[in-house]
Write a protein that binds this ligand. Structure first.
Ligand code: NAD
Length: 372
């Protein structure tokens, strides 16, 4: 059954089942592809209804990380881990340290981080057993909260979209509707105001709305109405799947470009946006700033370099738009092509010249340490 699922969900290199009865650990680590570098992806803790559901989730998410890292131009592969259990009641030091020993046993083929259901504190326990963890607190040499970097990358993706769609070199006077004022959305609003864009905002949390509208004097929309509001750019920064059968016909924007994951309810909605001549900035390309920030952590962290790195989202996005135009495909398909081609080209080169396993087995962190 497991092999069937692995074959069906993306031909992963390796899937590791981690079990420790004493501490109640049941985890699965999936390494999808290490052609470009060590497989990096967070650890999700979730009360899965079945082991099969957990396996499908980790297979799907790890494949997504391969595409995200590749399209971002990073020397990283794709991986992910899931811990089966209730994050509210089943966490303990011993659970995360036991998990850390499994991560360590992979000697850098897989590097972990926090994700849904896990926290920086949990990663600190993992870090006690292995160096192959990112997103640890700043005092331990980590990069801390990734969301300002994600937001900066999103700004760069919005700028690329405005250039491509409107020929605009600046966002001055462009109307951007931001849905969701959380970690990413609130930083994005600051950046957009700085660029003199005309920003409207919405959130289901009225306190956040008040705080940000008071700060900048912004127009406020109804949380669901903002999707179809009259604007140039709709920037989803809350939930996924806001582009769906119900909303797509009602959109008034010319561009969809925001930080949320899984913005399209289904892949077909990418084609439908193209048919409506609405430019879509593919989610995993535009929101890669957080991953870029973590990558810089592996090199030896500098906030300046991280911000610099996230500017690359502009170039990556332009490349996606070029493929979409040249090959007459929707931008979500163009993003996949960009990712697959880089794996084939760069991964192929590395295989030719120093063997497939030369770099993935020693992480960047190890290399950095060796230089010290
Ligand atoms: P967050 O939880 O801090 O913020 C989400 C905000 O959306 C909250 O303020 C919430 O009240 C609001 N919201 C929820 N439902 C809403 C609705 N129906 N209408 C309007 N607002 C609604 O999350 P975040 O870290 O800012 O992440 C936002 C999105 O970006 C998520 O999809 C996340 O997966 C994605 N993302 C985040 C990062 C990162 O670095 N934090 C990186 C990549 C992708």
């Amino acid at each position: 059954m497991s092999f069937e699922l692995i074959e069906k969900h993306g031909e992963h290199e390796q899937v590791i089942f981690c079990h420790n009865k004493e501490v109640g650990l049941k985890a699965i680590i999936a390494i999808h592809n290490t052609s470009l570098g060590p497989a990096l992806g967070g650890t999700r803790m979730w009360n899965y209804e079945s082991e099969e559901e957990a396996l499908i989730d980790v297979l799907r998410l790890s494949k997504g990380m391969t595409y995200k890292a590749s399209a971002a131009g990073l020397n990283l592969g794709g991986g992910k881990a899931v811990i089966i259990g209730d994050p509210k009641s089943q966490k303990s030091e011993s659970l995360f340290r036991a998990f850390g020993t499994y991560v360590n046993s992979l000697r850098g083929r897989y590097i972990t981080a926090e994700d849904v259901g896990t926290t920086v504190q949990d990663m600190e326990y993992v870090f006690m057993e292995t160096p192959f963890v990112t997103g640890i607190p700043e005092v331990l040499g980590g990069s801390g909260d990734p969301s300002p970097y994600t937001a900066h990358g999103v700004l760069m993706g919005i700028k690329a979209s405005a250039k491509h769609k409107f020929g605009a070199d600046s966002l001055k006077g462009i109307r951007v509707a931001v849905q969701g004022l959380g970690n990413v959305g609130s930083h994005l609003v600051d950046y957009l105001i700085n660029e003199e864009a005309i920003v409207t905002i919405a959130d289901i949390d009225q306190e956040k709305v008040k705080k940000i509208s008071d700060k900048h004097g912004l127009g406020v929309e109804d949380p669901s109405g903002i999707i179809t509001s009259d604007c140039d750019i709709y920037a989803p920064c809350a939930l996924g799947a806001t582009i769906n059968d119900e909303t797509i016909g009602e959109l008034k924007c010319k561009v969809v470009a925001g930080g949320a994951n899984n913005q399209l309810a289904e892949s077909k909605h990418g084609s439908m946006l193209k048919e409506r001549d609405i430019l879509y900035a593919p989610d995993y390309v535009i929101n890669a700033g957080g991953l870029m920030n973590v990558f810089v952590e592996l090199e030896g962290y500098s906030a300046e370099r991280a911000i610099d790195k996230t500017s690359q989202v502009y170039t990556n996005m332009m490349e996606v738009f070029k493929i979409a135009q040249d090959e007459d495909v929707p931008t979500n398909i163009a993003a996949n092509k960009l990712a697959e081609r880089r794996i084939q080209l760069i991964g192929g080169l590395r295989q030719q010249h120093h063997g497939r396993t030369a770099r993935p087995f020693s992480t960047l962190r190890e290399m950095t340490n060796r230089q010290k």
